[in-house]
Design a protein around this ligand. Structure first.
Ligand code: CP
Ligand code: NVA
Length: 303
């Protein structure tokens, strides 16, 4: 049997992803009603972090504990990975001791190589190219607020980064229209746009992207690993802030999201971050519920 992984949203079928969303909502209710019956008893999640994290670490660790299992935090700073042990060797050894692994790293090829040598499911907890776990939380939030996202219009405002590229995959898997507005030189990979040109378009301005949209999404202008470009990017991204003015071009009941951490006054205004009724905090919380559903799915597929 081949081991199933979650390296991008394309690793699950649209119907599996929709099932996952329904299950995440169910698990959220179950937790609110007193918790679960330890279905992951003795299951161990290995969590490899080569970049910083708050939400991802806490949601995976809390999720495993709530389901009766446990999680190991493995930072590259104090494991042999940081001293150059090959990723393939680390994958073989780690996967012989734990039941499932999540990795946050730089190049997407690193997680692909790890998965190739892992005997247990591997989850992408963010690479330079994709952040699929965040998309599960975003789509869950949209469904909870407005129902199915199928056929809706989503606009991406800002950097064509790992989140933007995951939104392209989500447009395909969840069947919505995606309009992307990025400053010149900061577009997502061209092959992703081309492969999804029936649903995804690059537009010339944030206002054009936002026009009539049901959901507006943004993210930081400089991602982890691009810290030295921060000052220059602030100049290049002028006019790309998600704020009340931009929101006024969208549908009257439009939602807006940000995966966090956010820079108030840069990619998103402080007013929108702190607005009453924003779903951004619900979006963050849903990382917990969506990932519990994901782990349950992967463990059941590979048992
Ligand atoms: N959104 C997200 O992945 O947050 P962290 O970097 O805090 O994990
Ligand atoms: N694009 C951001 C997302 C952080 C959760 C980054 O990669 O740093």
């Amino acid at each position: 049997m081949t081991t199933r992984h979650f390296l991008t949203l394309l690793d699950l079928s649209p119907s599996e992803l929709n099932g996952l969303m329904a299950r995440a909502i169910e698990l959220k209710t179950e937790l609110r009603n007193g918790g679960h019956n330890d279905p992951f008893k003795n299951k161990v999640l290995g969590m490899v972090f080569e970049k910083s994290s708050t939400r991802t670490r806490v949601s995976f660790e809390a999720g495993m504990t709530q389901l009766g299992g446990s999680a190991l935090f493995l930072s590259s700073r104090d494991t042999q990975l940081g001293r150059g042990e090959p990723i393939e060797d680390s994958a073989r050894v780690l996967s012989s001791m734990v039941d499932i692994v999540m990795i946050r790293t730089f190049g997407h090829d690193i997680i692909e190589r790890f998965a190739q040598y892992s005997s247990v499911p591997v989850i992408n907890a963010l690479t330079d190219d994709y952040h699929p776990c965040q998309l599960l939380a975003d789509i869950q939030t949209y469904i909870e607020q407005r129902g199915s996202i199928q056929g809706k219009t989503v606009s991406w405002i800002g950097d064509g980064n790992n989140m933007c590229q995951s939104y392209i995959n989500a447009a395909k898997q969840f069947d919505f229209e995606l309009r992307i507005a990025c400053p010149k030189g900061f577009e997502p990979k061209n092959e992703l746009i081309t492969a999804n040109k029936n649903r995804v378009t690059l537009v010339g301005s944030p206002q054009e992207a936002a026009k009539g949209a049901d959901l507006l999404v943004t993210d930081v202008w400089a991602s982890m690993g691009q810290e030295e470009e921060q000052a220059d990017r602030i100049k290049q991204f002028a006019g790309y802030q998600l704020n009340h003015e931009l929101l006024s071009h969208a549908a009257s009941d439009a939602l807006y999201m940000h995966c966090l951490p956010a820079h108030r006054g840069e990619e998103i205004s402080a007013e929108l971050m702190d607005a009453e009724g924003t779903v951004i905090w619900q979006e963050a919380e849903n990382r917990l519920h969506a990932q519990k559903a994901l782990i349950e799915f992967l463990l059941s597929q590979n048992s």
